[in-house]
Ligand binder design. Sequence first.
Ligand SMILES: Nc1ncnc2c1ncn2[C@@H]1O[C@H](COP(=O)(O)OP(=O)(O)OP(=O)(O)O)[C@@H](O)[C@H]1O
Ligand SMILES: [Mg+2]
Ligand SMILES: [Zn+2]
Length: 688
Amino acid sequence: MDSTDRIEDLLAGLPGADAPNGDDSPVLPVAAGASPAGTSPAGTSPTGAANTAPVTPADPSSGAAASPRALAILRETFGYGAFRGPQAEIVERLAAGGDALVLMPTGGGKSLCYQIPSLMREGCGIVVSPLIALMHDQVAALRQLGVRAAALNSALSARDARAVERALTDGEIDLLYVAPERLVTAGFMELLARTRVALFAIDEAHCVSQWGHDFRPEYLQLSVLHERFPAIPRIALTATADPLTRDEIVERLALRDARVFVSSFDRPNIRYTIVDRADARAQLLRFIRDEHAGEAGIVYCLSRRKVDETATWLAAHGVRAIAYHAGMDAASREAHQTQFQREDGIVVVATIAFGMGIDKPDVRFVAHLDLPKSIEGYYQETGRAGRDGEPADAWMAYGLADVVQQRRMIDLSEGDEAYKRVAGAKLDALLGLCETAGCRRVRLLAYFGEASAPCGNCDNCLAPPRTWDATEAARKALSCIYRTGQRFGVVHLIDVLLGRDTERVQRWGHTQLAVFGVGADLDEQTWRSVFRQLVALGFARVDHEAHGAIRLTDASRPVLRGDQAVSLRSDVREKRAVAGTRRRRASRATLAGGAGGRDDTVLSPADEALLDRLKAWRLAQAKAQSVPAYVILHDATLAEIARRRPRAAHELGEIAGIGAKKLERYGDDLATLVAGGDAPVSAATDPG
Ligand SMILES: Nc1ncnc2c1ncn2[C@@H]1O[C@H](COP(=O)(O)OP(=O)(O)OP(=O)(O)O)[C@@H](O)[C@H]1O
Ligand SMILES: [Mg+2]
Ligand SMILES: [Zn+2]
């Protein structure tokens, strides 16, 4: 078994370990619903209590509620044609002075929910955001749109901060991003009292949750906003789905009068794939080369050592891979995060210390080389892919070693019995996802209390796994465990089943057993799969006190006796045929329209050539203005330009992502590029 070296990255977040200590705390996304001191609220279900609260996703086509004014801002400023999901209703609620709590998945479009009402109402929208490192990019993106945005945080010099404060009281700012610790100071409160405030937006509102993985003590003080400014509307937003966190937000931020908007948590553009692990690195490299060559992605590993090794190995094989974990010094961590955000096509190999607030829209894949702790963790991590709505992959390689390792970490944690029970149940739910022969998405959404139909965009839907009657194999495997005394790991058990006359088998006299060689009808890989599934399904278990020995459970008996049939999935080793060229990206509309329709909007070679030139132009613009490339224009916008080849300004303005300001600023360059010419990089001044 690998990567047992440094598990501090994970243990750091467990009860009894050191408390989180800042932006980059290497904490784990496990304990939603679990409580450190066994004070779990009554009725908490082991699966994150998700089923206690019915989720009623809003009608995805509910744009009807939008007022002409909101629509005009959406179109002219942001360049989008329609609101998504409940956005319109939320915007109108805020614009009318009401409070709202918004639960929407990662990349769902929460920002517009406060940005547009801030522009509709008189005064400045004050946005509380925990991630100073990312404020700069958010402000840059808004300024590109012609919105008067600014940030106030500790990264600013005193002089610059004073200038921002003056502009604020003079009514010259539409949106101000503030770090929570700054917001609650007496000085800032006094400043607010002299400012016309349109609304307060509390982003990443789950940071008030003390049991969550992103807890920020300063968030607890944000209820002061309501006390001091009761008449100003407030909106809290989070992508954390579970009802416990939701209740904590309502309670701690005094949002009892807020209307709660729950979106569907489905991310239809993400394709879920879980493969049987044989040689994880080689499988990962093949996946990246075949499906995502030159594209940005995140690879999650459990241990720091594995992060470093994997990044080095990928780099040696031609992938632009960099590492990120809490053991690196702050400067290198920040450098790597910035490089990932700004440059095209970087693959960051990381522990879960990486990711919160990463709003890079064009992350094309998230890969897991180790099993996460829970479905919540898996969903949050994979949710970082495809925030732009374009097709993206969530890919995981999974094997028995993961189960062994995760169970061990739970057993070794300092949490009490209640904690271990919840953590164990969460792990079981995740194993169920890994082993299911049904639609992965149906299973994921069901976990969050949402019903759905098979999606057509996961590995199981695309290539339904075959199942086989494994009753005989299961009986052989279980009796092999029993006959050898429940003291051996899978490697030895398989040697015995296959009748291998190894030194170890000899030493223990296992050639004498009745089970010696009874499994020769199946190959080693199949036996590995059998043992993995038996453990995942609870027919056998791993004993950590006995160094990972496999033992029987109560559920083993009926199988051994022949009273219970066992059906297992046959692992498909290489899922997809290698396509000659990379799959091109279907639009969000195509995806919404039907399952598996991602090849409908293939770019011609000429379009591809134009797209490449558009990207080169964008890179030069981004460099000249020192902003990330996506702040200039998104990939999806460039692809649409390459496809439709608009010449006239009004045609260009119809493309999603091109509002009035961007049309004015980049329209000529884009028209020149479409016409086949070279556009010079225009003046590199801040457009704001
Ligand atoms: N109505 C819309 N039409 C088209 N694109 C949209 C619309 N609303 C949002 N988007 C785009 O969706 C992407 C994600 O939006 P946003 O950053 O607000 O997500 P989020 O919900 O805040 O996610 P996170 O939880 O990761 O912070 C952005 O690129 C945004 O421009
Ligand atoms: Mg957001
Ligand atoms: Zn599916």
